[in-house]
Structures are given as C-alpha cells and as structure tokens.
Design a protein around this ligand. Structure first.
Ligand SMILES: NC(=O)c1ccc[n+]([C@@H]2O[C@H](COP(=O)([O-])OP(=O)(O)OC[C@H]3O[C@@H](n4cnc5c(N)ncnc54)[C@H](O)[C@@H]3O)[C@@H](O)[C@H]2O)c1
Length: 326
C-alpha cells in the first residue's frame, strides 16, 4: 500500500517520510511548497506540488499512486500569525482538511492520521496533561486543530475510516542536519538566532509557579515523533473501521526555559550575552507537560532522545544553513 503524506516536504513531514520509507512503506508526498523544501525528501519518493484544497489534484494522486492511507501534516502552524490572519488558518487547516477528507471518502481510502497539537488544550489546568484534559484552545491555530480532530473523528465514524489524531507537544531537533526546522518561531532556534547575532536570548517571565520561575514545556525529538507516526500508521491497518486513536506525543518530562537556555549555551559554546528576562507573554501557561501513558500503553512507543540531543542536532542544522554561525 502507499501512504499519501501531505506536507511531506516540511520539517516534521520529511522526518515522517524517511521513517515510513526506511521501514519499507511506499510513500507519495503532496506539498504546495509554501514552507516545504523538496531536497529534504528521499530521491525515490514522488513529490506532487499542489494544495490539499485542490480536489482534482487529490483525486489524481490517490488513483495514480494507489493510495490506501493518508498522513496529513500540511497546515499553517504559527500561533501569532493565526491571531492576525484567522481566516487564512481556517481556510488552510479546516477547509483544506474537509476537501482532503471528501477525496479520501470518495476514493474508499480507509486510514487517516491527523497532525494535531498540544495547542488544543489551551492553558491546561492539569499536570500532566492527559488526553481527557478539557480542550480549550486560546488561539485560532489551536481552534483549527481541535476542529480538525472533530472533522476527522466524525468522518471516520460516518464513513468507516480508522483514524488517529496525534497531539504533538514541543517538537525539536533533527534526525540529520539537512532535515532541521528552517523557521525561528520555536524557542531553540530563537535562542540560536539571538546568540549568533550577539544578542541576549529572551526569557519571557521568571515569576511563574515553577521550580526556577520560568515556563516548563515538554520537548519531543522529531525523530521520536516520526517513529510514533510509523507505529500509528501500522496500528491503523489493524484498527476496526470507524475507530479512532487520539494520543499525546510527548515525553512526560518537563524542561524549563532557563534549563534550555543553559543547555543552548553549553552546546553552542556561546555563553555571552546571558539570557535577559523580559515580561511574560500573554497566554503563556506556566507548565505544559504531556502524560505519555496512553501512547506507551497502546503502541509500546517511548521516546529515545533527550533534550540535549535535540539541542545539539538542531544546532548542527542551524550551522549547516548558516555557515557563518560560530
Ligand atoms: N512544529 C511543531 O512544533 C508542531 C507542533 C504541533 C503540531 N504541529 C503540526 O505538524 C504539522 C507539520 O508541522 P511542521 O513543523 O513540519 O511545519 P512545516 O511548515 O515545516 O510543514 C508544513 C508543510 O505543509 C506544506 N503545506 C502548507 N499548506 C499546505 C497546503 N494547503 N497544501 C499542501 N501543502 C501545504 C508546507 O509547504 C510545508 O511543507 C502541522 O500540521 C503543524 O500544525 C507542529
């Protein structure tokens, strides 16, 4: 069978493609290249340039490649941008998903894996965050991911698909430098960016009720996340029609921003300027750490890489693209 990986030329998507093909699965990628990099893909994986909002392209790809399952990663993903441009986020992330599901249902494809996010929880009141923690997203990005889960599960129940929604926590690192995240919207690349420009990395608030006062998050290595996709993709072939598996993908371990800043200084060897504590950002929860029990129990999956490996591999990727970096 062939898996259609939407957004497969993206940061996480390319890792998923390598994990699937490395395990002998056949893959075709659909990506509009709005953020994707074709060179990330294995040379023998076909890449179709197009949007998931284009039903004709979807119908053609599914038939031409004998697609029997979909891993849907294509989306817009920046929280701040989603607050400025909510309509674009709903168009890409919700309307795009609707068109894709229509094509999937019409073609009789039976397996569907959806990239969700810890953003569906908003500011969770529970620690650790389980899959039963109430979902109350606080920005349009998180709303589109929650609406996406509803769409996927409803379509699955009504049309007999086996579905999975993976709620990723903070994704970091790279399996190889050339697969690294190219953006600077996450904290680790933001720290690299500041330090390599000779500026202090900024810590937003150190008066939270956490051990060192800075926010605590759950960082998951992208290679571990990709392995989780492979395990879930295989489980989908056994899951009864209409059933859904919704799981957190995190490590269950919290790391504070201060700890991360120390690790970044150690890995990069850039200790000056020291981090600068600035005002809290509105809407930043003190701590968001996954309970990773369900995914462990359901799939026997557990993360293999720690946060040091994430920082070190992200730094290798950063230096590959910016040779001027020390
Ligand atoms: N990076 C994270 O920390 C994180 C956390 C939680 C969830 N996610 C989710 O994981 C998925 C992948 O994220 P990423 O970090 O790899 O982002 P990315 O921007 O690197 O990858 C997204 C890919 O989708 C493509 N794309 C966007 N809109 C498209 C469309 N309409 N049709 C076809 N292709 C389209 C882009 O070109 C890009 O290659 C997204 O759904 C994102 O919401 C990411």
């Amino acid at each position: 069978m062939t898996w259609l990986v939407t957004g497969g030329a993206g940061y996480i998507g390319a890792h998923v493609v390598w994990a699937l093909t490395g395990a002998g699965e056949r893959v075709v990628v659909l990506d509009d290249l709005s953020g994707g990099v074709p060179e990330r893909l294995p040379s023998d994986v076909p890449l179709v340039r197009g949007t998931v909002r284009d039903r004709a392209v979807l119908d053609r790809v599914i038939v031409d490649h004998g697609v029997a399952g979909v891993v849907h990663l294509a989306a817009k993903k920046q929280v701040g941008e989603s607050m400025e441009r909510p309509l674009e986020y709903y168009r890409e992330n919700v309307h795009g998903l609707t068109v894709l599901l229509e094509a999937v249902v019409a073609a009789g494809v039976r397996r569907f894996l959806f990239s969700s996010s810890a953003a569906v929880y908003g500011v969770p009141e529970e620690d650790p965050v389980t899959e039963d923690t109430p979902c109350r997203p606080i920005n349009p990005y998180g709303e589109t991911k929650l609406a996406g889960e509803w769409l996927v599960r409803s379509a699955g129940r009504a049309h007999g698909l086996s579905t999975a929604c993976l709620r990723y926590f903070n994704v970091a690192g790279a399996a190889r430098p050339e697969l690294a995240d190219t953006g600077v919207s996450n904290v680790i690349p933001m720290f690299f960016d500041a330090l390599t420009r000779g500026e202090p990395p900024r810590i937003f608030g150190d008066d939270y009720p956490t051990p060192d006062g800075t926010c605590v998050r759950d960082y998951i290595h992208v290679a571990d996340l990709a392995d989780a996709h492979l395990a879930v993709a295989r489980r989908l072939t056994e899951l009864p029609a209409g059933e859904d598996l919704t799981v957190n993908v995190g490590t269950g371990r919290g790391v504070s921003v201060r700890e991360l800043a120390d690790l970044v200084a150690e890995v990069t060897g850039i200790h000056e300027p020291a981090p600068l504590v600035v005002a809290r950002r509105p809407g930043d929860p003190a701590g968001v750490v996954a309970s990773a029990e369900r995914i462990g129990a359901e799939l026997g999956w557990s993360p293999r890489h720690g946060v040091r490996r994430m920082v070190a591999s992200a730094w290798e990727g950063w230096r590959l693209r910016r040779p001027e970096a020390r």
